[in-house]
Design a protein around this ligand. Structure first.
Ligand code: PMP
Length: 421
């Protein structure tokens, strides 16, 4: 993988070369994506769709070409099924509102899973509160995989939607979404997949998966912030109402009422992020130029190598150990000693009565050595509660990370553990 395509990787942090292992939070950007943003504002910035003038037509064409590229990237039947949003959170909120208005009544049930990010919990909780509906979740088995038998038991006549993460942003586990879709569909229940952590790491084909909705973010797949996607099957999007009102989403507005635009514009009120969609298109092209086989093989090698190195360190507990992971590993460190920095009752117990070194302390000491990781609850508090810890340390990989990053991280981690124990 060509690290030199990513200018930020040449930066130093605390006078150390940057080792960036926080890709599940956001990925770094290749020069092609950075250049695309400058190109758009330097050469053809102009509001799209409504203009007859040249620049507006160029901007419109770029935005619609991006929509087509994204549709092809995820195997959608048509670019009409691609709604540009601000990101995964925005996509899931849009769906929760729109689907909720059309399809949820008092007593209805929605199913998520135990590993969800708050973005795939809170919008459904808000909907359930509004509609007096019920939110259920698929529990975990002891090995931290989803309990599919329990899922079958949750499905019933009242179930109206299942919404699950493809890849857990904490555990890195790849959920069996194909099986979940098949089971839900056999009950006539549609499925939304939160693809925030899968779309950057593996080919996701919405027709092969047969999912009804898919949400993901541009910034986690080497694209810019502020752009994301909600995919929906045409037959669903046609029957769902818009979640926001304003320009672009209308056909005609009269004092007597408004008629709505065709797909996908019905769901894109206001000036869209056409510079973001153009840069996202460049990110998609960048990933395609490397190819899925190379990306997947490389990331699997680096992730497996890191998990092996971690497992060999005394006191390190890797969550979902041994399960195939998509570029994300969470762990904690347990010792016989009290951390000299953080001493909190929540750190007692667990792991045979040993003490937990606080993830925040480890993260801070890693940062001082130039290694960027994430610590805490990772916006998945229900899962972290279930793990019985105040948080984890999470390392997450992008296509530009290699074994030398893992080696630098492991050396820094050993030093941090020595300092804290
Ligand atoms: N779902 C998952 C699984 C995630 O990992 C994230 C980002 N951490 C989100 C949703 C939210 O994504 P965004 O902040 O880009 O809306």
């Amino acid at each position: 993988m060509n690290r030199t395509d990513f200018p930020i990787l040449k930066e130093t942090v605390h006078k150390r070369p940057l080792v960036y292992l926080d890709n599940a939070a956001t990925s770094q950007k290749p020069q092609a994506v950075i250049d695309a943003i400058a190109e758009a504002y330097s050469h053809w910035n102009s509001n799209i769709h409504r203009g007859v003038h040249h620049l507006s037509q160029v901007a419109t064409m770029k935005h619609e070409e991006a929509r087509k590229a994204v549709a092809d990237f995820i195997g959608a039947k048509s670019s009409d099924e691609i709604i540009f949003t601000k990101g995964t959170t925005d996509s899931l909120n849009a769906l929760a509102f729109s689907f909720g208005e059309a399809c949820i009544r008092e007593g209805d049930e929605i199913i998520v899973s135990a590993v969800e990010h708050h973005s795939n919990i809170v919008p459904w909780q808000m909907l359930c509160e509004r509609k007096k509906a019920v939110l259920r979740h698929i529990p975990l088995r002891d090995d931290q995989t989803l309990d599919i038998e329990a899922f079958k038991g949750l499905l019933g006549e009242k179930t109206k939607l299942v919404s699950v993460a493809h890849v857990s942003n904490v555990l890195g586990i790849i959920n069996p979404v194909e099986e979940i879709v098949r089971i839900a569909h056999s009950h006539g229940v549609p499925v939304c997949i939160d693809g925030a952590q899968s779309v950057p790491h593996m080919p996701v084909d919405v027709q092969a998966l047969d999912c009804d909705f898919l949400a993901f973010s541009g910034h986690k797949m080497y694209g810019p912030t502020g752009i994301g996607v909600l995919y929906g099957k045409r037959e669903w999007l046609e029957q769902l109402p818009p979640h926001e009102g304003g320009g672009e989403m209308i056909n005609h507005v009269r004092w007597t009422g408004t008629t709505y635009n065709d797909l996908p514009y019905k769901f894109e009120a206001g000036t869209p992020n056409f510079v973001g969609s153009y840069a996202l298109h460049k990110a998609v092209e960048y990933m395609q130029s490397i190819g899925w086989e190379a990306i997947e093989t490389h990331e699997r090698e680096v992730t497996d190598y890191c998990e092996q190195q971690l497992a060999a360190i005394e006191g390190v507990h890797v969550y979902a150990a041994g399960q195939p992971k998509a570029g994300v590993i969470s762990f904690n460190v347990f010792t016989n000693h009290q951390s000299p920095i953080t001493n909190h009752p929540s750190l007692q117990g667990g792991n045979g009565g040993r003490l937990l070194l606080h993830p925040f302390d480890i993260g801070t000491l890693l940062d001082q050595q130039g290694v960027a990781v994430r610590t805490g609850h990772h916006c998945a508090e229900p899962l972290i509660d279930e793990l019985g810890v105040p948080g984890t340390v999470r390392v997450s990989f992008g296509l530009y990370n290699d074994k030398s990053d893992v080696d630098a991280f492991i050396a820094a981690l050993k030093k941090a553990i020595m300092m804290l124990s």
